[in-house]
Design a protein around this ligand. Structure first.
Ligand SMILES: [Fe+2]
Length: 135
């Protein structure tokens, strides 16, 4: 079973952002599968780096749209992204320096965070962007 299954309940009803969320979910599952099949070391690091880079790119896309459409809760939303980014960056640094942080720990943390964030925060901007005509 995949670690994260994207279902319609996760839709923010904006196509570009749903597509990016789906890609994140795919990358999460790919990393999880890779770990389960016994890969480690460099193979894991490459996929993890891709996932974290894509997460940063995705946040930029969301924030750009929220600025463009004048989302009233922009500051709050950006803060959530920043907090996650800092925490993950810190975990990644400790993982890379071998300080007892496992790739799986980063993956599980990011997955749990993303599920909550989409359901509680992203869906709120979805309603707002839809009201501005964006789908
Ligand atoms: Fe977001």
């Amino acid at each position: 079973m995949p670690l994260f299954e994207w279902t319609q309940e996760y839709s923010v009803n904006v196509r570009e952002l749903d597509e990016q969320h789906k890609k994140l979910v795919d990358m999460i599952n790919k990393l999880d599968e890779s770990m389960k099949s016994g890969n480690h070391g460099d193979a894991i690091k490459v996929i993890l780096d891709e996932l974290l880079d894509y997460t940063a790119y995705h946040f930029e896309t969301e924030e750009r749209l929220l600025v463009q459409y004048g989302y009233p809760r922009l500051e709050n939303h950006t803060k959530e992204h920043d907090t996650l980014s800092w925490r993950v960056l810190d975990m990644r640094t400790r993982y890379e320096s071998g300080e007892g942080v496992e790739a799986k720990e980063i993956l599980d943390f990011l997955t749990g965070w993303l599920k909550n964030h989409i359901l509680l925060s992203d869906k709120q901007y979805g309603v707002f962007l839809n009201s501005k005509g964006l789908r």
